[in-house]
Design a protein around this ligand. Structure first.
Ligand SMILES: [Zn+2]
Length: 88
């Protein structure tokens, strides 16, 4: 059995913009989420994921609870990865 390394680094502090999939634009318009930067910081990414979950029917009170916590960056990255695959 292999052991996972205790320290997974580097932990990303910015993420491919989930709104435009890192293109910086959507339908030739500048992406409203990242303003064309193609990257977003962790709080922007977190809010995007939570808004997406809420729009998909997740319980609002549970979402609001999550908004008050800082999600694990690796978990957040996984969510973004999954959501970007679903959106394609
Ligand atoms: Zn964007």
């Amino acid at each position: 059995m292999r052991h996972l390394p205790i320290i997974l680094s580097p932990i990303p502090t910015r993420y491919h913009c989930p709104q435009c999939n890192g293109n910086g634009e959507i339908n030739q318009e500048i992406c409203p989420l990242c303003s064309g930067a193609k990257w977003v910081d962790i709080s922007t990414a977190t809010n995007w994921v939570l808004d997406m979950m809420e729009s998909q029917g997740c319980d609002t009170s549970e979402i609001n609870e999550l908004r008050e916590t800082t999600p694990d960056p690796l978990t957040l990255g996984l969510f973004l990865e999954l959501l970007s695959r679903v959106n394609k």
